[in-house]
Design a protein around this ligand. Structure first.
Ligand SMILES: [Ca+2]
Ligand SMILES: [Ca+2]
Ligand SMILES: [Ca+2]
Ligand SMILES: [Ca+2]
Length: 241
């Protein structure tokens, strides 16, 4: 039977969208708050405000005094230079290097800029998972001082399951940087038993000020899925008209 090209293309797009849907649902992109409302620049993500992923509740917060309990909310940060920002990169503040714009989206999660934030705590309520991944953006340096992060996974009893250290930023921030300026570094845990109940991110670089954390695309239940933004789909569909 003759099938017009448009119908074939529409079918292909529908199938691709359906195939992507489950993975996208699991990735917290920080484009929306846990209630589903669009993120707002500099707005706090409440310490008890949980993203629902499957039957789990995922919360984020900074433990700034090191007592084991989050006390300082994380903050939604809009891309671009808007006065209070999360990172400085070649193109502009809070702006992805070319080719990484879709991966960053329009928002990410940050801490309060300044001194060491101590610890970002990601907490799972309602169960545990064996795998998770996420992105830390713009790991660079203010030579001779550098940036580096340590990501740790713990079980429900507080036992350490695994640790992943980021690369060390060995080049200054800016356009001469060939490492991670304006780019993501992805950590991924997998196959962990008895299951991850808490993930922490600690700054372990040598910098003592100007330390930030730009966090994005947290896949709470699996590894390494990069979301396809609504904007990209819109453009893709428009290009086939
Ligand atoms: Ca994002
Ligand atoms: Ca801002
Ligand atoms: Ca910004
Ligand atoms: Ca930078």
């Amino acid at each position: 039977m003759f099938r017009p090209p448009f119908t074939t293309m529409a079918l292909a797009i529908a199938l691709a969208t359906a195939a992507l849907a489950p993975a996208r649902a699991q990735v917290i992109t920080f484009e929306n708050d846990p209630a589903g409302a669009p993120a707002v620049d500099n707005a706090s993500l409440g310490l008890a405000s949980a993203y629902a992923v499957g039957g789990l509740g995922i919360t984020f917060g900074f433990d700034s005094d090191g007592n084991g309990t989050p006390d300082t909310p994380a903050v939604f940060e809009a891309i671009g230079n808007d006065g209070v920002d999360g990172f400085a990169a070649c193109v502009d503040r809070d702006t992805a290097s070319p080719g990484f714009e879709t991966q960053l989206g329009n928002f990410f999660l940050r801490g309060t800029p300044g001194a060491d934030f101590r610890l970002l705590v990601i907490h799972y309520a309602g169960g545990t998972v064996s795998a998770a991944s996420g992105e830390i953006w713009d790991i660079d340096a203010s030579l001779p001082l550098n940036e580096q992060y340590r990501v740790a996974a713990y079980d429900a009893l507080g036992n350490l399951l695994d640790t992943i250290d980021s690369p060390v930023g060995t080049q200054d921030s800016g356009c001469l940087n060939t490492e991670l300026d304006g780019r993501p570094w992805t950590f991924a845990f997998s196959g962990l038993t008895p299951g991850i109940a808490r993930i922490t991110i600690d700054f372990i670089g040598t910098k003592t000020q100007g330390i930030g954390l730009a966090f994005n695309n947290f896949n709470a239940t699996g590894e390494g899925a990069v979301p396809v933004s609504a904007t990209s789909w819109g453009r893709l569909k428009a290009s086939y008209r």
